[in-house]
Design a protein around this ligand. Structure first.
Ligand SMILES: [Zn+2]
Length: 223
């Protein structure tokens, strides 16, 4: 157990509060903006991670887009914003990338958090599974399944370290929208993400140890 803590004492968790500035993301049925909910959750998560000894890198800590100076037009600004986010992610290859979003659908009955992952990193599936289970615990009745988004999203297509896109809930659902507009509930979401990451890190260490034992055993067998 002590090894687990020591191993990941300085783990970097890269957090991305999606959208911001001109880009509001989706708008909840109660009028809340996705960009604001994302930022609040990421700030709560960042504070929890820092308290637990992790280094945290943010793509944004304010309600802004991060496009380059002088770029004009919303479309070009969005592209520049994406490229800058990707540069930040790529400059921390030994990190876990967490992108926080809120979902939306035309039918209001759909609810619950859902995890999206790519196969760029072999750990992504396990990270998504672990996190999905914890969200099911936070949101009774949430039986959503993790979803593969290979070739889906620009940032994820290019990211090689462990990465997870978390849709925390549906802003088109009255209960999810009300919950996600509540600061206490957002803190619970942040705590759920922290718990998922800690579980993921400790499993990573166990897997690594098992691999090492496996290698030793096959070596002995070959003697
Ligand atoms: Zn979004």
């Amino acid at each position: 157990m002590i090894n687990v803590c020591r191993e990941y004492e300085t783990a970097v968790v890269k957090t991305d509060a999606r959208h911001g500035g001109l880009d509001s993301g989706c708008v909840a049925i109660n009028g809340a903006y996705e960009k604001d909910i994302n930022l609040d959750i990421v700030k709560d998560l960042g504070a929890l991670l820092s308290l637990n000894g992790y280094e945290v890198i943010y793509t944004r800590e304010e309600d802004i887009s991060i496009y380059d100076d002088g770029v004009e037009g919303i479309r070009n600004q969005k592209i520049s914003d994406m490229e800058n986010r990707l540069d930040i992610i790529k400059s921390y290859p030994d990190s876990v990338f967490i992108s926080v979003h809120q979902n939306q659908f035309t039918k209001s009955e759909y609810f619950g958090g859902q995890m999206f992952y790519t196969t760029n990193n072999s750990s992504n599936y396990r990270l998504a599974k672990t996190m999905q289970e914890l969200f099911a615990g936070l949101q009774p009745g949430n039986d959503r399944e993790i979803k593969l988004i290979d070739n889906g999203l620009y940032l994820f297509k290019e990211t090689e370290q462990p990465a997870l896109l978390i849709e925390c809930g549906f802003l088109s659902n009255p209960t999810d929208a009300a919950n996600l507009s509540d600061a206490q509930y957002r803190k619970k979401v942040a705590f759920t993400i922290l718990t998922g990451l800690e579980k993921f890190f400790s499993e990573e260490v166990k897997n690594k140890e098992n691999t090492e034992i496996g290698e030793t055993e096959s070596f002995l067998y070959m003697q």
